[in-house]
Design a protein around this ligand. Structure first.
Ligand code: SF4
Length: 137
């Protein structure tokens, strides 16, 4: 079997997928958005598609941390990096999808140890810490 990863059709489809993801991502005001940088590398500077009105998407918020549901592209990096494992996971499907803590507990009531690895690894800045960086020092 021969697998082509850089044929014209593959590159064209990759660009279209990037446009869909950027549309889902919505407006990003982050200076260093990894997703946007990847788009630039592919030559995708903007999306032709409208941001879907996913009114069901709810931000996850706690005293310490917030996940902006409209910036999240559900790449699962935060779930994979989570030091305590199994704290973060996905719940729901389609427009009801969300990142949850301990099977849908609030962040404050979960076993999250606030290591902030998820904040560091998030490519879109969807997760951010509300407290100053010396909170854990
Ligand atoms: S790392 Fe960021 S963009 Fe990826 S699933 Fe987690 S919150 Fe969403």
């Amino acid at each position: 079997m021969t697998i082509y990863t850089d044929s014209d059709i593959v590159i064209k489809n990759r660009k279209i997928m990037m446009e869909f993801i950027l549309a889902e991502h919505g407006k990003c005001h982050r200076e260093k958005c990894e997703l946007k940088q990847l788009g630039e590398q592919l030559g995708v500077h903007a999306t032709r598609f409208a941001t879907p009105p996913n009114l069901e998407k709810q931000n996850v918020s706690s005293e310490y941390l917030e996940i902006n549901a409209h910036s999240c592209i559900y790449c699962d990096r935060c779930i994979r990096i989570c030091q305590t494992k199994k704290v973060m996971s996905r719940a729901g499907k389609g427009s009801l999808i969300s990142i949850v803590f301990d099977d849908n507990r609030s962040v404050d009531a979960s076993s999250c140890i606030h290591c902030r690895d998820c904040v560091e690894i998030c490519p879109t800045g969807a997760i951010h810490y509300k407290l100053s960086s010396n909170f854990l020092e």
